[in-house]
Design a protein around this ligand. Sequence first.
Ligand SMILES: [Zn+2]
Ligand SMILES: [Zn+2]
Length: 412
Amino acid sequence: MDKKTAKALEKQAEEEKEKQSPLPNLSEIAKNNPDTSPAECKDVLLMRMVTWLRDSHALFDYESRQIQKKNIKVDHSCKIIRQKDEVNTVGSTYKPESDDEATHLFSIIKDDKGDYFIDTEKVHATEKLWLVVRAMKNDSKKLSYELRKGDIIKLGRIQFRVKDLQTPTIPKNDPKVVEPNEDIADVRAALYENEDANEDDDNSSGIQCRFCWGSLCTAENPLINICNCTGTVRYIHLQCLKRWVKSKVKPIQNEKMRECLESFIWKTFECEVCKIRYSSTLRHNDKFFNIFDLDVPDGSFCILESISMQKNSSKMIYVMKPNAPSMNFNVGRGGDSDIRISDISVSRLHAKIKFEDGKFMLEDNTSKFGTLVQIKDKIAITKNHTSAVQSGRTVVTYHRWAKDFPPRLPEK
Ligand SMILES: [Zn+2]
Ligand SMILES: [Zn+2]
């Protein structure tokens, strides 16, 4: 075989691979696609919708070839829906008659200024919409995702929340501010501001802490009732409860990352008497209390917390506190991962969290089921960038094709 043939074959294989890939290089496709000739349209969305033919835990297998795909060009607002294995665009006012008929995945909005957005408002799909980290790129290079406080990320089917984050540009949060989460329980009864009761009180009211037997009660340290117990064990001080929980949550040592990574396993806590499970956050009169506070360092840090799908399972908390200007935290199922996740849907080296230039950046490591960041509301579609979103087993890659073309010569 001469060099020329070998090269041609290589090119053919490349093209074949590109055609098959669920995350294609859409700007390349656009260049070779006569449909997007400059004369026709100057700012258009090119989309490839790919659906995995299997329906498994709302996952998309980025390695599977058992997919159905379709290319669509859009230059107006519309809805993206899935009917069985097929994804389509429909008008903005379209309403499916039933959920069986079609699932509304998300909407494309084109505003008065001609800017495009991906919008999740009024979407009732059971699956959230996710940004596909590995698909992010501009004209010249791949991009990674900068983590923000409150972000929900998903590796395979395992979800994490960025519970807290501090960098040179993102200042420390008020530790008293409790973020909303999915594990909040109302405190059924609590006693406040009972400061006239002092330590030496003979405690004729019978109200006292089951832990320290004190009856003093302040706004910072109320006596609360968080279980079904009654009588002398009904109340506990918030601070006494926290002390008890802290004594039970032990950090897991990581020899390799001793100085810069702490892991905690949070098993379910329950009342030792009535066996009621304690939620991690308590609410009383619109005030929130965490029953476990982490000691956070002064420098840059990022705290990840796993989100349990079942209320009673344990969760993991990871505190990354880099001690060098740039460093990597490897996340995966493999034994040598810094943040190790034992779930079959997580690849051996699934993702990396890189600390560099004072930012925590999330990067996918071509994992089988992808690294995703939840889209909470609406995101702008940047000109000449490629990106992708995933809803359940469907991935939509999009590229906003908006080049300034040289003016055409007038026809003779
Ligand atoms: Zn107490
Ligand atoms: Zn109890």
